[in-house]
Design a protein around this ligand. Structure first.
Ligand SMILES: [Zn+2]
Length: 133
């Protein structure tokens, strides 16, 4: 069992970034120095689980360890707090993706470790209920 994974597990089930204590700017991944005010004081801050699709692409070449998930689709999203994040997109057919559509974070199997059989989970983005109508 991978100890660092279990120690960091909390960060995989939530999208955990941080927030500048001085100016409240939010970051994901967590920042060490605030780009806005230069402060180095931060508190953990969970990112919203919904966002808007800014751009997306389909990966057709093999990524080692992810052959069973091909073709993979990745999107750049603007979360509801304005933070930009790149994530794998699932559940929405590639042809149905549209820039500006609302997506929400879903927690899915990311990969299985070949040697230990350990399953790793993490966030991906899928269809938001409001966009299904
Ligand atoms: Zn700041």
């Amino acid at each position: 069992m991978s100890v660092p994974y279990w120690r960091a597990r909390d960060r995989y089930y939530r999208i955990l970034g941080n927030k500048c204590e001085q100016c409240s700017q939010e970051y994901f991944p967590p920042a060490a120095i605030c780009k806005k005010c230069g402060s180095t004081k931060f508190v953990d801050c969970e990112m919203p689980k919904t966002g808007t699709l800014v751009s997306y692409t389909q990966q057709k070449e093999s990524i080692h360890g992810f052959e069973d998930q091909e073709p993979m689709v990745f999107g750049l999203l603007r979360l509801d707090n304005g933070v930009r994040i790149i994530a794998q997109l699932v559940e929405v057919p590639y042809d149905s993706l549209k820039e500006g559509m609302k997506l929400k974070a879903v927690f899915r199997r990311v990969r299985v470790d070949g040697e230990s059989g350990q399953i790793f989970y993490g966030y991906k983005f899928g269809a938001s209920r409001e966009s299904k109508s």
